[in-house]
Each structure stands twice: as C-alpha cells, then as structure tokens.
Design a protein around this ligand. Sequence first.
Ligand SMILES: *Cc1c(COP(=O)(O)O)cnc(C)c1O
Length: 401
Amino acid sequence: MAIKAPRIEPLDILLPAEPLLMMGAGPVPIPARVAHANSIVINHLGETLARVIAQVQSMARYVFQTESPWILGVAGPGSAAMEMSITNLVWPGTKVLAVRNGYFSERFAEMARRVGGDVTTLDVPLGEVIDLAQLEEALERVRPAVLTVAHGETSSTTFNHHLADIARLARKAGCLVVADAVCTLSTTPLLMDAWDVDVVVTGGQKGLSSIPGVSLIALSQRAWDRIESRPADPPHWCLDAKLAAQFWHHASYHYTAPTSGILALHEALHLICQETLERRFARHAGCSTAMQRAIEALGLTLYGQPASRLHSVIGIEVPAGIDRRQVCAHISARYRVEISGSFGLDIVRIGQMGEQCRAHHLFRTLHAFGSTMRDLGAQVDLPAAAAELERTLQRMHDDVI
Ligand SMILES: *Cc1c(COP(=O)(O)O)cnc(C)c1O
C-alpha cells in the first residue's frame, strides 16, 4: 500500500476516564435509556422502524403541541432542520423578514439569502427582544412571505418570550412564521397550534436531551400548502420536505435513515411524555432560577435584561481582568465540567436543558464554577451561593427535580 494506516490512540486513552459533565450550551448529558437505544441498529425500512416512526410523530405532536400531520425528521444537526424549513419555503425572490438578535437568528437570514430569498433583517440590540410596534411597522413595509425568529437565541442567551405575539402580528400580515426552538422545545411552553406558529424546528442534543445528529421539524398545513405550491423543486435534494415525507409518512426510501438516532430520539420523547410537559417546564424554570440566584449570590452579574433572559442557557458576565476562554479551560481541566464561552460577547454560558436540570448537576457545576472564578482571582462568595441554591431548590416541589 502506498499510504500506510495511521498510528491511532485508542479511544479509551483519548477519552477521559470519567466523562466530563456537559453543562454548556449543548450537547447535553443523555439518559441511560437514550444511550442504550443509540447503540442499536435496525432495518431502516422494516415494520419495526415504521412503528417507531409513528410513535415518534405522535409524541412529537405532544411536545410541539400541534395536531398537524406534518412532522418530519432529518439526519443532521439543528441547523439542517433550520435549512430544511428555509430551503422548502423560500425560493428566488421570496421576501423574508428575519428577526435578528444573535448568531442563530442571523443563520436563518444567511440560509434564506443562499436560496435566493430577498431578506430584510430586523436588528434587535443584543440582550433585548423585538419591540412589537417596530415589528408591525417592518411587516407593513417589507410584506414578507416568511418571518424567521429564534424562540431562544442561545448565543446571546436571549428569550424571545413573546413568540405568540410575534406570530399573531405575522398572521395578520399574511406571513408564515418559522421558529427555531432548538434550545427551548420541551423546556418552556411553546404552543405551536394555539400560537399559530407555522414551522418549529429543533435539534436532538439540547432541550430534548437526545444525541446530536437527528433533528425534528413540524409544519402547519399552511406551510405544507406553500411547499406544494413551489414553482420548482428545492435545490437541496436531502432536505426536500416532499421527499422526506416519502420516508416519514409512507415508509418508503428517501435516504438511509439514522436508525440508531431515531431510536434514541424515541426514548428521549418517551421520557418527556412520561414526565409530562407541565412538570418538565416546572423543573426547568425551578432549576434555572435556582442556578441564576446562586450565581448572583456568588457576586457575579447575569447577562441581559431580566425580562428577556433565557432559562435554557444562562449568560454570566466575566469580571474585568479574567479571560472567558481561561474560565472554560480551567473548569474543564480542574473540575471536569464543560461550560461554554460565547460568540463575541464577554460572557460564559451554563446550560439548563434536559438532563442538565438535575439537582446533583447543579451543585457540582456551581462548586466547579465558583471555585474556578476564585482560582482565577475573582472575589466570589461560594458558601452564600451554595446556600442560595439549596434554599431555592427546596422551595420547588420535591417531586419536580
Ligand atoms: C444550537 C442551536 C442551533 C444549531 O444547532 P446545531 O445542532 O449546532 O446545528 C440553532 N439554533 C439554536 C437556538 C441553537 O441553540
């Protein structure tokens, strides 16, 4: 052979003996049932997978809070689900209004430009949410066919909490609403039908606490009708919603589905159904609030306006003189906990999605984070923070955590 096999470090050497606790902005820890399902490979066209798919769809309808039949999966990251929505609903000349308050909402705008959309962005100052009067004015001026918005803008830890109002104004203007719920779905209420949101996209590895690489998209009948009315086939064959429906609705071949990932997603959704959305939302709100109060008790400052702070991912301002990259490197190396930096802002981010919202993870993370800040020279009050975390968690119903 001209090219020799490379010398490889075995995975058990490459991976740490004890897995790092994944407390960043995703991927998040997965439950044992999800991990087990992910280790199984089955026939991608058999009767068994067809039954699994039917259950994934009905559980997804509960999680998205929709009765729409149009639930599709996609082999790919959350971004692939975003691109599937854009590439099917937007074509050359389609007017798109993109509400932009961070990196992921900009991604929607970029995807729409790439398929020839006529994109107008509505820029919101970082850490704030869109003013509804401003939105109404923009809808009137642009007359878009499609509006895009991130329900939770993970990058700037901003929560577009008035998605229902955004959708109401868009509906009045005759415009379809596409919402990115990658970090929010199943962590905070999102009522797709009641709020009249046309498309909701999500990934596996954040709110749902499944593996990265298999994502979900739910479309309203209105959105589906627009896809049916396209003047030409969409440019991306793999992301063509009508071809995907062949597999997701007719058990026939589009491409080889990620069977293990779909089994994992089935388990993640089943766990959500068993917990119920009500209890899951209460667990997320309770854990995230407790963590936020604890961080303030440390003596640090949360990022953004209180009303628009995202519960799913907490942004924390890094004190002057400390480098955010150093915070992430130190907490990982010394305390075996992973947290995230950010794209441009001087903040670090701690995730509160799915399995991250468990009391034992919160205590370990607070200890690791507070100790890291102390190690790097910040003035922090660790005992006060631990007491605050304990106090706030105790106030939640015992059965929620
Ligand atoms: C993580 C994230 C994405 C991108 O998901 P990938 O799986 O990395 O493609 C998109 N939108 C939001 C809000 C996210 O948090």
